[in-house]
Design a protein around this ligand. Structure first.
Ligand SMILES: Nc1ncnc2c1ncn2[C@@H]1O[C@H](COP(=O)(O)OP(=O)(O)OP(=O)(O)O)[C@@H](O)[C@H]1O
Ligand SMILES: O=P(O)(O)OC[C@H]1O[C@H](OP(=O)(O)OP(=O)(O)O)[C@H](O)[C@@H]1O
Length: 324
C-alpha cells in the first residue's frame, strides 16, 4: 500500500527519505534511523511513515528503485547500495556517506568444474545478471581491449547480456547462462550453486545518497550529521590511560587518535592522563602495545553517540565520505 492513506498535504514541507523496504539492507537501515533518533511508526504494509519528532517522511522502497526516486528529486535522501546507484545510471544523486554495512562484491562467476578461468573467455557467450548495465559496461571494456573500440562500436557487442531479477546463481545450472554477474558476501550461495568467482566488477556497501536539489538542505545536513555520528560511535571506542611524561612520544605513536589525543596532567608529578579514540577492531592490539610501552590504568569505554562538530563547508554542501 502506498499513498492512499496520505494526502499529498500531509507530506508538504517534509523532507522525504527513501529507505529499503526489505532485503539485506532493511534491518541495518532501521537500526541507523533509530540511533539517529528519527522516530516513526510504520502502519502495517504502508510504505510511507511520518516522523513524530522531525519534519521528515520515510518512504519504503526497493533498494534498486531508491537511486531513481532520489535522482529524480522525488525523495531528498536515500539509503541503498553503491551497486544500485551505479546500476541505475542516474547522474543526479550524490553519495554523501558510506554506511559500513551491506558490504559485498559484484563478481563474475562461472561453473567451478567448467573450463572457463578468465572473464575474457565469456566474450561472445551468454551472461545473466540483475546488474545488466554494470555487466554490459564491464564486458564492453573487455571487448574493446580484445578487438578495439572501433570494431565494438561498428559491430556491436558480442557478449549476450540477459536480465534476471533474482536467484541469478541458478542460471548456469539451468543452461540459461555460461557465466553470471552477481553479489558475493560470504560466498555460500556461490559455493552451493557450484560456481566460482573469476573477477570482481565492483566492491559495494550501503551509502546515504542525496538528491542534487534537496527540498530542505539544512535538514538533510542534520540527518547526515546524526547518521555520521552513529556510524563513528559504532566504529570507535574511547581509550583512557595514565603515562609518565618521558613515555608520551612513544604512546602517541601507538594512539595518535582520530584527530589527536586529549592530554591532561595528573595530580601526581610527572604523570599524564590520555583520552583517545581508537578503532574498535584494533583495540586489543593497541592495549597490548600500550601496556608493553609502560602505560597503566588502561580503560576502554563504549561510545554511544558522537558528533564531529560543525562542518567547514557551507550548509547544503556537507559531504562526509570514507567512513568504511
Ligand atoms: N549477500 C549480501 N551481503 C551484503 N549485502 C548485500 C548482499 N546481497 C545484497 N546486498 C546489498 O543489498 C542490496 C539489496 O539487495 P537485496 O537482495 O536485499 O535486495 P531486495 O530489495 O530484497 O531485492 P530483490 O527483491 O531483488 O532480492 C544490494 O544491492 C547490495 O547492495
Ligand atoms: O555470498 P552470500 O553471503 O551467500 O550472499 C550472496 C547472495 O546474496 C544475495 O542474494 P539474496 O540472498 O539477497 O537473494 P536473491 O538471490 O533473491 O537476490 C546475492 O544475490 C547472492 O545470491
Amino acid at each position: 500500500m502506498f499513498l492512499s492513506d496520505f494526502t499529498l498535504d500531509s507530506l508538504d514541507g517534509r523532507l522525504l527519505m527513501a529507505v529499503p523496504k526489505k532485503g539485506r539492507l532493511y534491518e541495518a537501515s532501521l537500526t541507523l534511523l533509530q540511533g539517529s533518533d528519527i522516530q516513526f511508526h510504520r502502519h502495517n504494509r504502508l510504505d510511507i511513515a511520518l516522523c513524530h519528532n522531525l519534519p521528515i517522511a520515510l518512504v519504503f522502497l526497493g533498494a534498486a528503485d531508491i537511486p531513481v526516486f532520489v535522482g529524480e528529486g522525488r525523495c531528498d535522501l536515500g539509503i541503498t547500495g553503491q551497486d544500485q546507484v551505479a546500476e541505475s545510471r542516474t547522474g543526479h544523486v550524490e553519495e554523501i556517506l558510506q554506511l559500513g554495512f551491506g558490504k559485498c562484491k559484484l563478481q563474475v562467476q562461472v561453473p567451478a568444474r567448467g573450463s572457463i578461468a578468465d572473464p575474457k573467455e565469456l566474450i561472445g557467450k551468454q551472461v545473466v545478471s540483475s546488474f545488466t548495465n554494470l555487466s554490459r559496461e564491464y564486458f564492453r571494456q573487455l571487448e574493446v581491449e580484445a578487438f578495439g573500440a572501433e570494431a565494438v562500436e561498428k559491430d556491436g557487442m558480442k557478449t549476450v547480456m540477459k536480465y534476471v531479477g533474482g536467484s541469478v546463481e541458478a542460471a548456469c545450472a539451468l543452461g540459461v547462462a555460461d557465466g553470471i554477474v552477481d553479489l558475493v558476501e560470504s560466498g555460500e550461495t556461490m559455493k552451493a550453486a557450484g560456481l566460482k568467482a573469476i573477477s570482481t566488477v565492483m566492491d559495494t556497501q550501503a551509502v546515504l545518497i542525496r538528491s542534487k536539489t534537496p527540498r530542505n538542505p539544512e535538514l538533510a545536513d542534520l540527518i547526515l550529521s546524526r547518521i555520521h555520528g552513529v556510524i563513528t560511535a559504532k566504529k570507535y571506542v574511547l581509550c583512557t590511560y595514565n603515562i609518565r611524561r618521558a613515555l608520551l612520544p612513544k604512546v602517541h605513536e601507538i594512539t595518535p587518535g582520530k584527530r589527536a589525543p586529549t592530554i591532561t596532567t595528573l595530580e601526581e608529578e610527572g604523570w599524564y592522563a590520555i583520552s583517545v579514540m581508537v578503532e574498535k577492531k584494533e583495540i586489543a592490539e593497541v592495549m597490548d602495545k600500550l601496556e608493553a610501552a609502560g602505560a597503566s590504568d588502561i580503560l576502554v569505554l563504549q561510545i554511544s553517540n558522537s558528533r564531529a562538530g560543525k562542518p567547514t563547508s557551507p550548509s547544503s554542501g556537507l559531504q562526509i565520505n570514507g567512513t568504511t
